[in-house]
Write a new protein. Sequence first.
Length: 128
Amino acid sequence: MMDYNVKLDIFEGPLDLLLHLIRKNEMDIYDIPIAVITEQYLEYLELMKELNIHIAGNFLVMAATLIHIKSRMLLPRPPEEEEEEDPRMELTRPLLEYLQFKEAAERLSLRPLLYRDVFTRDFPAPEL
């Protein structure tokens, strides 16, 4: 099954990449029409014959994070929060960790299957 790709005027590609670009400040969250992304995804789900829960779950987590980032950026900050870390950094940190684990899982899945789940115990060297 193919991964879902976002198609916008300013971006076309995987949702993971969009989140990464926003996190790196290479794209502005204010330019992202989240409603359009959600509408496209619902159309994508309509076309799928079998709903894969993992794909839907990943999308919902990423979409919710985008909405949370955008809402935090739109809300006025109290004066004591003016010098705090950019809310995008705080909110995207878990996503970046998720992406690291996802990449590690992909690398591990490429390893040979034979003996992949076999672990050996080191024996102490014999005393002489």
